[in-house]
Ligand binder design. Structure first.
Ligand SMILES: Cc1cc2nc3c(=O)[nH]c(=O)nc-3n(C[C@H](O)[C@H](O)[C@H](O)COP(=O)(O)OP(=O)(O)OC[C@H]3O[C@@H](n4cnc5c(N)ncnc54)[C@H](O)[C@@H]3O)c2cc1C
Length: 385
């Protein structure tokens, strides 16, 4: 269906827009994965709207950035590849790469979309969603789309956090860098020391550049075994390389108060009053506001700003709209990685199937794949050694 007008009948002057059982916004890892789960639940009247192209966020990562979560073809013993979003698929097997680049992973998602003939329409931007009676109206760049249920899976990559402190607009967010190779200069400041910040620092150190990394905390020394909080093993290994040790200075407990333009470049000031000069714009790796900010009026908000969700990842404020992807939070559980949030696809599919009066028996197989996390009491266990 790629390229079709989702409101095709509008062009013929017919005001009767088609009504879908489910419209999914976003064809990234979450949108692709949950749409296959809907199919396994027996839900067929589905449309996926994607403003860019399938896997567009991954394709926009800096060219050098690789997955920190490894892929391995473990499916033969019932353990789904960590980076797969669909049961029975393996990124490792398809791509023959252990740590794919974003572009490689986008190709994997496209292969899934093609294999399962997913009803994706690319190039359609969803601007607003409103609940109208017992259905939703989606205001899109191509007209109105109607749905009984909506799954918001628009991710966070296209919504970088740019306004953390005065002068942050002078910085360059790492999500806007097509390739690190284009970065000119020898002496860099990186603001944010979690995965993206250490990724660019490690690249620059390998290229012989000097880097200072500032973080409000100290992710590189966190003792948590949860990669949603601490650096991944892949990244820790990179920080131990001789070039990194020699050329990267890590500044923990150093929240940035401001960035200002000065004659010789830029001055970065920490909240405790220390100032640092850099000749090139500081690189901002401070995370993302997330696309859920676009639909915030449809969800209650948690204290940390993430949407408050029911046990089925449905809005507690407006029934019928669900959230899938890295913004899913339950209590202290952060589902920001694929291997985490994919386990909620079956939960969402089951809830929608139930609302449509379908038995969704095809979802039971998700349990044997470790893809059906409907009991959150098991989450949050730390490694004992
Ligand atoms: C640099 C980087 C490295 C990462 N490494 C890993 C890793 O190693 N392992 C891991 O598990 N996770 C990793 N992550 C996290 C991972 O990328 C996210 O979990 C994943 O992208 C989220 O998938 P998603 O489908 O929710 O969002 P996305 O992949 O961003 O998909 C959302 C889609 O929605 C579309 N969209 C957005 N807004 C609209 C709109 N208004 N209308 C229509 N379409 C819209 C976008 O174009 C996009 O295609 C990394 C993230 C980054 C930024």
């Amino acid at each position: 269906m790629t390229g079709q007008n989702p409101v095709g009948r509008e062009e013929e002057g017919d005001s009767e827009f088609p009504l879908y059982d489910v419209v999914i916004v976003g064809a990234g890892a979450a949108g692709v994965g949950v749409s296959v789960a809907l199919g396994h639940a027996g839900i067929e009247n589905v449309l996926i709207l994607e403003r860019d192209e399938v896997g567009g966020s991954f394709a926009s990562w800096p060219e050098e950035t690789r997955f920190i979560t490894p892929s391995f073809p473990t499916n033969s013993v019932g353990m789904l590849d960590l980076n797969s979003v669909v049961i029975g698929t393996s990124a490792a097997w398809t791509l023959e790469v252990e740590h794919p680049t974003g572009r490689q992973y986008a190709a994997f998602l496209k292969a899934i979309a093609k294999h399962f003939e997913l009803p994706i329409v690319e190039g359609v931007d969803v601007k607003r969603i409103a609940r109208l009676g017992d259905e939703f109206g989606l205001d899109t760049s191509h007209g109105i789309v109607r749905a009984r249920h909506v799954i918001w899976a628009a991710g966070d990559f296209h919504y970088p956090r740019m306004n953390g402190f005065p002068g942050s607009d002078l910085c360059r967010h790492t999500a806007t860098i097509p390739t690190y190779a284009e970065l000119e200069g020898d002496d860099f400041v990186v603001i944010g020391g979690y995965e993206s910040g250490i990724d660019v620092a490690a690249y620059l150190a390998d290229a012989g550049k000097t880097v200072r990394v500032f973080d409000r905390e100290s992710p590189w020394t966190s003792e948590s075994s949860d990669p949603s909080v601490a650096l991944s093993t892949y990244t820790i290994e990179r920080t131990r390389r001789p070039g990194f040790v020699e050329r990267v200075a890590l500044h923990p407990d150093a929240p940035i108060a401001s960035v200002a333009e000065v004659e010789s470049g830029f001055e970065v000031t920490t909240e405790d009053g220390r100032s640092f000069r850099t000749p090139v714009p500081p690189l901002l790796a401070g995370g993302f506001d997330g696309s859920h900010t676009l639909v915030s009026e449809l969800f209650e908000s948690r204290e940390d700003g993430f949407p408050l969700l029911s046990e089925n990842d449905e809005s507690t404020k407006v029934p019928g709209i669900f959230l899938c992807g890295a913004a899913v939070r339950h209590d202290n559980h952060i589902f920001c990685f694929i291997y985490k949030y994919r386990q909620r696809f079956a939960v969402v599919a089951k809830a929608i199937a139930t609302s449509l009066g379908l038995p969704a028996e095809g979802l039971e197989q998700y349990r044997t794949w470790g893809m059906y996390l409907d009991d959150l009491s098991c989450c949050g266990q730390e490694c004992v050694c």
